[in-house]
Write a protein that binds this ligand. Structure first.
Ligand code: CO
Length: 211
């Protein structure tokens, strides 16, 4: 079997097993989608959101990109947030990074990754600049990257809070709560880093009036 054929083969087994365990499984998910969580995670293949949280199909709405960034000019991400917040009415948004993130590491180097990746990684370099003092006081390179991963998650949660979309949902509907987490590849555990409950305080500069 070719590698991609293994995927199709395993899919058949999975579908059969699901149906055997719970005959109404697919039927139930067919007509409604009402997940409680939006997950914004890294594309890294070692951090599969549903497996590490033991959730089933239908439970998490997912967006993934390199280094789990919330860029407000990213039409892809903003459409996902819009749909999740305004249509699915999700209650929690989780931004989940992971220690040792290759995207974060790359952004901390001076290597030229050519046009498109450079554009994306620039967003992370800007975060490094904001936290330069704290980061450069860390002598160990791995620890520095890991602290940067935490700061990145924090800034991405703030980036969500800076959007009128989130602020409007907070003022109209008192949701969603925003959570910043970091997954550890060493032991499979998730560490909560930051939490912003709906309506949380925000730098005045970013607050919209009349929402
Ligand atoms: Co990563």
């Amino acid at each position: 079997m070719k590698p991609y054929e293994v995927l199709l083969h395993d899919n058949k087994h999975w579908a059969a097993r699901k149906k055997a365990e719970d005959p109404a499984f697919f039927e139930r998910l067919l007509h409604v989608q009402s997940p409680e969580f939006l997950w914004i995670g890294c594309s890294d293949s070692r951090v599969p959101p549903d497996q590490i949280t033991q959730t089933e199909p239908g439970e998490i709405f997912i967006h993934r990109n390199v280094a789990n960034l919330v860029v407000n000019t990213d039409v892809n991400l903003m459409s996902v947030v819009d749909y999740a917040v305004n249509h699915l009415k999700i209650k929690h948004v989780v931004v989940c990074g992971h220690y040792g993130c290759g995207g974060v590491k790359a952004a901390m180097s001076n290597r030229d990754f050519n046009q498109v990746l450079n554009m994306w990684l620039r967003n992370i370099k800007d975060i490094y600049r904001i936290h330069r003092k704290e980061l450069e006081a860390i002598p160990d390179e791995e620890q520095k990257v890991n602290r940067m991963v935490e700061l990145n998650v924090k800034e991405q949660v703030f980036n969500l809070a800076k959007t009128a979309m989130i602020q409007r949902a907070w003022s109209v509907d008192q949701r969603p709560d925003l959570h910043g987490w970091v997954y550890d590849l060493h032991d499979g555990l998730i560490k909560p880093i930051v939490e912003m409950k709906a309506g949380a305080d925000l730098d005045d500069l970013y607050e919209f009036e009349g929402l």
